[in-house]
Each structure stands twice: as C-alpha cells, then as structure tokens.
Design a binder for this molecule. Structure first.
Ligand SMILES: Cc1ncc(COP(=O)(O)O)c(C=O)c1O
Length: 358
C-alpha cells in the first residue's frame, strides 16, 4: 500500500477549519493552472494532475467518500458505473492506499480504446468485479447485491452531497489561485457533466467562495457540457445536487447558504454528446488534437474531449477569460494483470477485443 501523498490542506478545511468533514488526503493540491494562449483567453485547471497514483476529478470526490467509509468502520467499498468508469478506477487505486477492499459493479458501454484501458485496470486491481451484460439489469442487480451488505456503496460517479463537497473545496482553491494572480478571474468555467457531481460541487463552492469574501467580483458561469443523456444531466438534477451540497455544508458546521440559488450560475451546453455516452464525436476528436497542438491537457473520447469541443466552439462568443476544467487523469496507469484478464468472463474478453483500434 502506498502511503497517501503529502498534500496541502483541503480547500474547505483551509478556509473553514471547524467543518466536520471526513477527509482522506489522497490528492496533491493545489492542482496547477495553465494558460493556453494558442486557444485565446483560455486557461486550464489541471485536475488531471490531482494525484500521481491516478488523477482526474474523481480524486476529490473520493477523499470524502472513502473517509466516510473508513469512519463508518466499513472495510469494503463498491463503485458502480460503466465498464470504462474513471470513478471505478480511481476508487480501486485510491481505496487500496487506504487499506480498503474495492469491488465494482459495471454495465456495458460503447467499446473504445479509452474504456478498454480502464476496464483492464479495474479487472486487474479490484478485489472483485461484476461485469453485467446489459445496463437494463443494473439497478436491480445493484439493489439485490448490496441491499443487505455491509459494504459502503457509492452512487455512480459519487454523485451525492458529501462527494460534491470535494469539488466545493476545488472552487475555494481556484479562488485562492485567482487572488495569488496565477490566472485572471474566469468569467466562464467549462466542464464535462456526467454524474453531475463535479458541476454541482463547483456551483456550491463558488457561492461559498463569494460568501467568504474570497472571490473578486462577479462569479463565473459554470458551463456544464452533458456527456451522459437527459435526465441524468438535466438542469434540475445539477442545481438540485448543488443545493443539497450547500445543505450538507451547513449541517457539517459551515455557513447557511440555503437562500442562494446555484442554478443562477449554471449554463447547460448541450449538443456535444453525439450518439450517446461513451460514443466518440468528430468535434471531440478535433478538440483533443487542438488541445494537444497548443500544449494543453490530453483529452479522452468519453468526457474531456466533448467539453473541449464545447469550449472551442463557444470561446469567441463568451466574454472574458474561459477556464477549462481538465477532468481526465493524465498520469500513466498501473500495469494489467494478464492472469486476471485471461480469467475474465467471455463476454468481457469479446468486448475488450472489439476495443482495439482499427
Ligand atoms: C474524466 C471525467 N470527466 C468528467 C466526468 C464528469 O464528472 P461528473 O460525473 O462529476 O459529472 C467524469 C465522470 O466520471 C470523468 O470520469
């Protein structure tokens, strides 16, 4: 087990030291900010570098959720998601560091190289993986398997108020970076919305930053780009989770921001999902190439390149600096376990073979 890395204090505890928040130090903060002048007045918040073990946005979600599992005396956690879930990979690799046994219950998604890479890591490193043949049976299977189980079962993407609080901390961290002059105050933050956890947490955190006097001037608009279909990423769900995150903050000893409307800051940027979750789009692939050309973060085909496409499309209409929230881990994955892969169910091995490009 790797010892968790040295880390600077979590944004929330730094500014609200009295908060009753379970927290496992998994990430390396602050994540860097980067100017991408070749793309215009565009900046990137490099959440992809949140940990050298496995980065991306899910690290902040897991810092609170895995700590809650440990505090509740649970030795086992369960990640729910798609075959290529980053949340599952992150839960498995970071859970191990905390001595937690992590299982995954996964449903199929379109066969792509990036999804295959994740599934291979999940199968190789999880304590136990159940790979369903269809998404149709997923809710029932999850209920049947875990209803009387003492495991800590996380919602897909960790999209609950406690998970979203991690991203509220990221908003405070960003406010501090703006105050330090590392980047101009963004007028817009563009990010992929899948389970809605990250967008909702950021909305809550931006309102908190303003309340604490940490944000200079007007708050940015959060331009959430759905990469999962409606109603998963419906406006009411994102704003609703943001409101519940504010309520969780107050219940844990933070300020009462129940009078605030997080929906005011939310702009849903539809039109970049393409034929569905996990299906690559031409505009996404072009966006990844453009980011790479200009020295930006690497973008994957399920999430990050769809938000990248939205940013490139809209940046000229958007007034003021635009901040791209870089959510896909950019650190190398650990090696696969060939024996576990050879013993995977036949339908999974077939799916993995279909993922080979060309
Ligand atoms: C790389 C990446 N980007 C963006 C998202 C979307 O974040 P959220 O599920 O918090 O909406 C995810 C979700 O798994 C992700 O893995």
């Amino acid at each position: 087990m790797n010892a968790p890395e040295a880390t600077t204090p979590h944004g929330l505890l730094q500014f609200l030291p009295g908060l009753r928040l379970p927290l496992a130090a998994l990430g390396q903060y602050p994540t860097p900010v980067q100017h991408l002048p070749g793309l215009g007045d565009v900046w990137a918040k490099r959440e992809d570098q949140s940990s050298a073990v496995y980065g991306g946005n899910k690290v902040r979600t897991l810092e609170t959720l895995l700590a809650a599992a440990l505090a509740g005396g649970r030795g086992k956690v369960v990640a729910l998601g798609s075959y290529g879930s980053n949340h599952a990979v992150a839960a498995i690799l970071h859970g191990k560091r905390l001595g937690l046994q992590t299982d995954a219950l996964l449903f199929p998604q379109p066969a792509t190289p990036v999804a295959a890479e994740n599934l291979r890591v999940t199968i190789s490193h999880a304590a136990r993986v159940t790979t369903l043949r269809s998404i149709a049976t997923f809710p029932l299977q999850a209920w049947l398997r875990y209803r009387r189980n003492d495991s800590y079962v996380m919602a897909p993407g960790g999209a609950v108020p406690l998970g979203a609080l991690g991203h509220a901390g990221a908003a405070l961290e960003l406010a501090a970076q703006v105050r330090q002059g590392l980047l101009p105050a963004p007028a817009h933050i563009v990010l992929a919305a899948g389970s809605t956890c990250t967008s909702a947490g950021l909305l809550a955190g931006l309102l908190l930053a303003k309340h604490l006097g940490l944000w200079p001037g007007e708050l940015p608009r959060v331009q959430a780009v759905p990469v999962t279909p409606w109603p998963v990423t419906a406006r009411f769900r994102i704003a609703g989770l943001a409101r519940r995150t504010l309520a969780e903050l107050a219940a844990r000893g933070g300020p009462d921001l129940s009078g605030q409307d997080p929906g005011m800051l939310l702009v849903l940027r539809g039109g970049y999902l393409g034929w569905g979750y996990g299906r690559p789009t031409r505009s996404g692939i072009e966006a990844a190439a453009s980011f790479m050309l200009h020295g930006g973060p690497p973008l994957d085909t399920t999430y990050a390149n769809k938000s990248g496409a939205a940013l490139l499309d809209r940046r000229r209409q958007l007034q003021g600096p635009v901040l791209y929230w870089s959510t896909k881990s950019s650190v190398p994955l650990p090696p696969d376990d060939p024996e576990k892969l050879a013993n995977a169910p036949a339908h999974v091995r077939r799916w993995l073979r279909r993922c080979v490009p060309g």
